[in-house]
Write a protein of this length. Sequence first.
Length: 151
Amino acid sequence: MEKRVSSSVPQVPGLTTTALVHETYLKLIAVDRIRWEDRAHFMALAATTMRHVLMNYARRNRAAKRGSGRRRLSLDQAPIFTDTGADQLVALDDALHRLAELNERLSRTVELRYFGGLSIEETAAVLEISTPTVKREWSMAKVWLRQQMKR
């Protein structure tokens, strides 16, 4: 039986969706100095935190030897992520850092949409811009990122 995962969930070896959500939650509640202004603010912080959790796992995975330390898991315990996904995720993160140097809002748009799973409307609310602007910037960012990741 195959586990199905939303295409918006980045893939990293050794990290299940449940583990990703739990680790993100633990990081969010550990920061007691943050006051949630509203749902949009929470979603933005959650997207950023999730990106950091994913990057930590992906970088750790890339640093380890391929195939080392593998163990047998039941289907329910099996990670939903692939080795190729970790490499692509790290490349995406590196490209997002370069994009942020050029245009911070485009980078935030990608972070909210891709890592946070926010809709166009939710992203617009978080960034306090119009939905047509989010659509336009989302399209621009995807084109720019595709070009960067082909290199």
